[in-house]
Design a protein around this ligand. Structure first.
Ligand SMILES: Cc1ncc(COP(=O)(O)O)c(C=O)c1O
Length: 448
């Protein structure tokens, strides 16, 4: 979309940065040296001064179709002019149903109903609530426990931080949810370092679920939730066989399995969903981000037919699930979602990600041996590069790398502690893969 002069003019540095309390941000460092973005197109961001940065992070793992794609922009503009909002409760609009059908058609097996919300965090809370309510409506009200995993990230709702496994996201926020337990992380550097794709070692770690069943009894456990690839804590691909084993144990004990595919959905791993890549059909899939390529907030939960059907009983005038959001299936999000799914289909972007997986991984692994690099992992179009922490300053090297990438190398990369996380838009070219990793190599040397 061509930028008007007015919109460029308003995108300069604001006079007062103080009032905005930025999320998951080192506020004081940012305000001392802001990293402001004015506009974007395809693989690039532009600063107000016109500096062009290549996006190695798809924004925040979300702009899978690339930035400001014309069909998505046009669909949002048309929708804004036609229908701004329709009540989400007891009323709706046609595009909500159309998008639900399109998302369901991308999902494997009988994952054929979609509950919409506005973010990954809401998707996770919705899925956890559906799991608890499902057992209740089936007369299994004792199934109240929820099992997450160490190093899991499931957003920032109380449900998400409780089942999540990141200490910083949990420790200041009280008692969280009761009745939560965690599987061990699947990552083990000694066994897995520098693996491309799914590591050979670690499938047996799924058996820890049997241990939790022995401890709590299956009759008390409602659901297990995992990211197929734990992305936010630095790209941790599942060991070979792990997800299959987890699924088999869940089936054996009547425990629902939820895949949190907020990042792995919509092509990031070369398929519509990681469930397809791994040949495992969970009971629910949470999604967000890529469904609209980041253009309008949207999230959702895909549920298997049997789960939806379990709720469809009793008098027909009665609400079956007391849950939902004012902006569930917002018209702008639905319009953006439909245009995004068209682009994924028309440009074969999931297949493109599959084809680029190998050159991407090779380019990532070529950084082995650079100063402070401890491990590199890569799966689909993602990569995690662990750097050694500075003595007594955990996270500082990663922060400096992210800052330097922005200010000096014209690269958008995500720093998670001392790990650099990469996940470009799926429209990336092979030469842009080379460009990104050349820049990352310079950055790693610069922060040595
Ligand atoms: C796996 C996973 N679940 C949930 C979320 C939360 O999504 P949101 O930030 O849209 O609430 C994220 C965000 O990165 C995520 O990676």
């Amino acid at each position: 979309m061509a930028m008007s002069k007015a919109s460029v003019a308003t995108a300069t540095v604001p006079n007062d940065l103080e009032p905005y309390w930025m999320p998951f941000t080192a506020n004081r460092a940012f305000k001392a040296r802001p990293r402001l973005i004015a506009r974007a197109k395809d693989m690039h961001y532009f600063t107000a001064e016109g500096r062009k940065l290549i996006d190695g992070a798809a924004g925040l793992w979300c702009t899978n179709a690339g930035h400001n794609r014309d069909p998505i922009v046009a669909a949002i503009q048309r929708q804004a002019a036609e229908l701004d909002y329709a009540p989400a409760f007891q009323f709706s609009h046609p595009k909500a149903f159309e998008l639900a059908s399109r998302v369901a058609a991308l999902a494997p097996g009988d994952l054929d109903h979609v509950f919409f919300c506005n973010s990954g965090s809401e998707a996770v809370d919705s899925a956890l609530k559906i799991a608890l309510a499902f057992h209740n409506v089936r007369g299994n009200a004792s199934r109240v426990r929820l099992i997450g995993r160490e190093r899991g990230y499931h957003g920032v709702g109380f449900g998400g931080i409780a089942i999540g496994g990141i200490v910083g996201n949990r420790k200041l926020f009280g008692a969280l949810l009761a009745g939560v337990d965690h599987l061990p992380t699947t990552y083990n550097r000694a066994e897995q370092a520098y693996t491309i794709g799914e590591p050979e070692w670690g499938g047996h770690l799924a058996d820890a679920l049997e241990g939790l069943v022995a401890l709590h009894d299956a009759s008390t456990i409602a659901a297990v939730i995992v990211e197929p690839v734990a992305a936010s804590t630095g790209v941790l691909p599942p060991p070979k066989g792990y997800l299959e084993r987890l699924s088999a144990i869940c089936d054996k004990h009547g425990i629902l399995l939820i895949f949190d595919e907020v990042i792995t959905g919509f092509g990031r791993l070369g398929y519509a969903f990681a469930a397809e890549r791994y040949g495992v059909i969970p009971d629910m899939i949470t999604f967000a981000k890529g469904v609209t390529s980041g253009s309008v907030p949207m999230g959702g939960v895909l549920v298997r037919k049997g789960i939806y059907d379990a709720f469809m009983r009793g008098p027909e005038h009665v609400i079956e699930l007391f849950h939902g959001y004012t902006y569930s299936a917002h018209p702008l999000a639905c319009a953006a979602g439909l245009a995004t799914l068209d682009l994924y289909r028309d440009e074969n972007l999931f297949e493109r990600a599959r084809k680029l997986e190998s050159p991407w991984a090779q380019a990532a692994m070529a950084l082995k041996g650079l100063p402070n690099v401890l491990d590199i992992r890569s799966v689909g179009l993602t990569a995690g590069i662990d750097l050694a922490s500075k003595p007594d300053a955990v996270g500082k090297r990663g922060f400096e790398a992210m800052e330097l990438a922005f200010h000096e190398q014209d690269l958008m990369v995500r720093g998670v502690g001392d790990t650099l996380a990469l996940s470009p838009p799926l429209i990336i070219s092979e030469s842009q893969i080379g460009e990104i990793f050349d820049k990352v190599a310079k950055i790693i040397k610069a922060v040595a």
